[in-house]
Design a protein around this ligand. Structure first.
Ligand SMILES: N[C@@H](CCC(=O)N[C@@H](CS)C(=O)NCC(=O)O)C(=O)O
Length: 205
């Protein structure tokens, strides 16, 4: 088994997940910004030219960060990061999707339209990046009113994959110099507690 991974928000999701579960997987480092994902040998593994990718011992390929986490969750159910009962699994999935669509994708849009590297991926529209920057605090305001009930984690009392998706969003905020305004006290408290976890990756300086 081999994980193709590199410093990136979705790569981080799998990296943090494996660290939290204490699962050791050999990693082949991929330098996304240097264009490693666009090399023919990499495209033959993932036609989308993205990390992360898990290659199983029989050569089968699994792409998509959450699919890779799901694979390991079934093989290593403890500690559960995706829930146990039907209700708990659905609740965590709900929050993972909410974090992905409302927070991670919102900040990701800014990166996609601002970072020169992504020009190959889409038509970059600076005005859209600017309006997405203005819009982002509204998404944070939504999260603030949701988690201001004092719960320590996004989906409740336990750290889950929904927090990991949020961690990827915090990483992008750091990369793009986007600060979480002080007024969002619960979001700031949660974000700081995520950055303090041993699984939070050290970033290249
Ligand atoms: N939905 C995929 C998204 C993967 C993805 O967007 N990977 C980015 C890094 S966060 C990438 O490798 N981008 C390289 C490129 O687009 O050139 C997942 O969850 O794994």
């Amino acid at each position: 088994m081999k994980l193709y991974n590199g410093m990136s928000p979705n790569g981080m999701r799998v990296q943090v997940y494996l660290a939290e579960k204490k699962i050791d997987v050999p990693v082949t480092n991929i330098d996304v910004m240097a264009g490693d994902t666009k090399k023919p040998e990499y495209l033959s593994i993932n036609s989308l030219g993205e990390v992360p990718v898990l290659e199983l011992d029989d050569g089968k390929i699994i792409t998509e960060s959450l699919a890779i986490c799901r694979y390991f969750e079934i093989l290593h159910p403890e500690p559960s990061l995706m829930g146990e009962s039907a209700e708990e699994q659905a609740h965590i999935e709900m929050w993972t999707r909410r974090m992905e669509q409302q927070i991670f994708a919102s900040v990701g849009r800014i990166g996609l339209h601002e970072i020169p590297y992504f020009a190959h991926k889409l038509e970059q529209i600076p005005a859209y990046a600017a309006s997405s920057r203005r819009e982002f605090p509204k998404r944070l305001a939504w999260l603030e009113q949701e988690i201001s009930d004092g719960r320590p984690f996004i989906a409740g009392d336990k750290f889950t994959i929904a927090d990991i998706t949020g961690m990827a969003a915090i990483m992008v905020c750091g990369f793009l110099d986007i600060e979480i305004p002080d007024e969002f006290k619960s979001v700031n408290k949660w974000a700081k507690s995520m950055q303090a976890r041993p699984s939070w990756p050290s970033m290249p300086g």
